[in-house]
Design a binder for this molecule. Structure first.
Ligand SMILES: [Mg+2]
Length: 122
C-alpha cells in the first residue's frame, strides 16, 4: 500500500488525516508542520504521496510543492485547501499539484482522492 507524508501546520488536521488514511490502508511515514520541513522530509523519506496544506508558517504549501516537483517531477502532491482559496488552487495546479482535498475533511472523499492518486502511474 502507498506511503504518505503529511505536511500541515495544524496538529489536529494531521491527526485526522492520519486516522482516516491508516483506516484506508495507507502507511503514514512522516509528518511535517511547515513547507520547509515538508520538503526536507520528502527528500529524506521519498513517500509515494504527499498531502500538502497551503497556508503554513516559514514556507507555504505552494512553495514547498514547487521545490518537491523540482526535486522529482513525478512526485504526487495532493493539496489541502479551505474555502476561498481558488487563486491558490489555480497556482498549485500550475505547479503540478495532483489533486485537492477540501477542509473540513470528508472521510470518503479523502480516501477516494488518495486511492485515485495512488493508482495513477507516471
Ligand atoms: Mg494551515
Amino acid at each position: 500500500m502507498a506511503t504518505v507524508l503529511l505536511v500541515d501546520d495544524s496538529r489536529i488536521s494531521r491527526k485526522i488525516l492520519r486516522k482516516v488514511l491508516e483506516r484506508g490502508g495507507f502507511t503514514i511515514i512522516g509528518e511535517a508542520s511547515n513547507g520547509e520541513e515538508g520538503y526536507l522530509s520528502y527528500k529524506e523519506l521519498q513517500p509515494d504521496i504527499v498531502t500538502m496544506d497551503i497556508t503554513m508558517p516559514v514556507m507555504d504549501g505552494i512553495e514547498s510543492l514547487s521545490l518537491i516537483k523540482k526535486e522529482n517531477a513525478d512526485a504526487k502532491v495532493v493539496m489541502i485547501t479551505a474555502a476561498g482559496q481558488k487563486e491558490k488552487m489555480v497556482e498549485a495546479l500550475k505547479r503540478g499539484a495532483e489533486e485537492f482535498i477540501i477542509k473540513p475533511f470528508d472521510e470518503n472523499e479523502v480516501l477516494e482522492t488518495l486511492n485515485r492518486v495512488a493508482e495513477r502511474e507516471f
